[in-house]
Design a protein around this ligand. Structure first.
Ligand SMILES: NC(=O)c1ccc[n+]([C@@H]2O[C@H](COP(=O)([O-])OP(=O)(O)OC[C@H]3O[C@@H](n4cnc5c(N)ncnc54)[C@H](O)[C@@H]3O)[C@@H](O)[C@H]2O)c1
Length: 433
């Protein structure tokens, strides 16, 4: 098998996070800096903990991914980013109330040194937030120029060889794909005409990142890079892009349980998911416009996995409902309930009930770490455009228009590991030996 040419991971890797003052970002940064100090285990991270089987089964070769795949080391990561509030990441981590103060204090000095750059923000896209640390009113095109300068300045000031840009900011209101998104030319025309309806703030960050040759990761369900114009731009500049919406809690469960039903040819009548969540993300998602973006992302999963058109007798009439409820007392500690009505032999009904008492940012943080390291790897491998091998991490994996997205967590996992095998010149597995 032909080995992929991988550029060296030497030098510092800048990690610029949009929404660096949020719960997910501050939890990700705090945990990574702690692990780097030798405190704690990076639980949930494949890049740090998982092994990969290489060769034939009888060879018993199971090295850790990080020992055979040329990933950037944690010691080389330099964090920065943008937020609409100016508090440093130490203050932000305390406000988020995800981690205990004693866990944050371990890396207090490093967190205090991370001060957000002023954000590109438009309240029409996030109704519930009132940003104070934002770039002055300017056209979308001018704002992109400012973001590009931010990236260049950060890179130079910190001596970074490479930079990855990641979105961990609030979910924007739902916008449908329109003619302005259909091609790069149409999109750039909209930018220059300062079309504030078709061009969201997240698109400004994505465009700036791609223009600067930085991989871009979309962690929310925003339309953003999931439009032909951005695919074209990423191809043109040979930049790796991935998204959308980190797959952490209930959707992760869905993408394990739905394949179970289909694999055993069990029927499904209805799936009702609801949760309570009290952090700022929950507050933003309380707005119907932002919820709509999330709902579309969450609803996309089941029908694709179950192939409803191929199996109408099992899945032809599914009632799928998703609700999110803002409930401040729970803060980041989301509780999610799923009621699943399934059908067995001779049409007899059964039910599954799941009560997942999870912690949103604790689940998301290791995904952020893996996505940063794998996106940087992809870029060094010369992979560009949509990185569908990273679908493992997303609720609505981006995909080429002529492809069906892969949602099944374990198939996604196999795709990811086979891509890593390909990168290091090892044969992919067929499980037949
Ligand atoms: N935690 C999870 O399990 C999970 C899963 C999937 C997706 N997400 C998404 O990740 C994102 C972050 O979640 P969170 O819990 O950290 O939310 P959060 O509200 O704590 O953090 C979001 C941060 O983004 C900032 N922000 C908003 N608009 C901005 C802009 N235009 N530019 C710069 N900063 C901006 C906010 O000020 C805030 O600090 C949300 O979109 C959420 O839906 C989270």
């Amino acid at each position: 098998m032909e080995k992929v040419e991988v550029k060296d991971a030497k030098g510092k890797l800048g990690v610029l996070i949009v929404g660096v003052g949020g719960a997910v970002a501050s939890t990700f940064i705090t945990g990574t800096l702690s692990v780097r100090k030798g405190i704690g285990i990076p639980i949930g991270s494949l890049t740090q903990l998982a092994t990969i089987r290489l060769g034939k089964r009888y060879e018993n070769r199971f090295p850790k991914i990080k020992d055979v795949v040329p990933l950037a080391g944690l010691e080389d990561l330099i964090f920065g980013g943008w937020d609409i509030f100016d508090e440093n990441v130490y203050e932000a981590a305390k406000h988020a109330e995800v981690l205990k103060k004693e866990d944050i204090d371990i890396v207090k000095d490093e967190l205090e040194a991370i001060k957000p750059m002023p954000a590109v923000f438009d309240q029409n896209f996030v109704k519930r937030l009132h940003g104070t640390h934002v770039k002055k009113e300017a056209s979308r095109w001018e704002l992109i120029e400012l973001l590009r300068e931010d990236i260049r300045r950060f890179k130079a000031a910190n001596g970074c060889e490479r930079v990855v840009v990641m979105w961990a900011a609030s979910t924007e209101v739902y916008i449908p794909q329109s003619k302005e998104h259909d091609s790069l030319a149409a999109f750039e025309k909209a930018l220059k005409e300062d079309n504030k309806e078709a061009v969201s703030p997240s698109m400004c960050y994505a465009y700036a990142a791609i223009a600067e040759g930085c991989p871009f990761i979309m962690g929310a369900p925003n339309l953003c890079v999931d439009i032909p114009a951005m695919w074209e731009f990423a191809d043109k500049n040979k930049v790796a892009i991935s998204g959308k919406d980190y797959k952490t809690g209930q959707t992760m469960l869905k993408t394990v349980l739905a394949p179970m039903l289909k694999t055993r040819m069990l029927g499904l009548e209805g799936w009702f998911s609801t949760n309570i969540l009290g952090n700022r993300d929950g507050e933003v998602l309380d707005d119907p416009g932002s919820f709509k973006t999330k709902e579309v992302s969450k609803l996309s999963v089941i029908n694709t996995i179950l192939q409803t058109e191929t199996y109408p007798e099992l899945y032809g009439n599914i009632y799928h409902k998703v609700r999110i409820n803002y409930y401040p007392p729970r803060k980041d500690n989301k509780e999610g309930w799923d009621n699943i009505d399934i059908i067995g032999w001779m049409g007899y009904p059964m039910q599954l009930k799941i009560d997942f008492l999870c912690r949103d940012s604790i689940l998301a943080a290791p995904l952020c770490l893996d996505l940063v390291l794998f996106s940087d790897l992809a870029q060094r491998c010369g992979f560009y455009g949509i990185q569908s091998w990273l679908s493992f991490y997303f609720k609505s994996p981006m995909h080429a228009p002529d492809r069906v997205p892969e949602h099944d967590l374990f198939i996604q996992h196999t795709i990811l590991k086979n891509t890593l095998r390909k990168i290091i010149g090892e044969p992919t597995l067929d499980y037949l030996d």
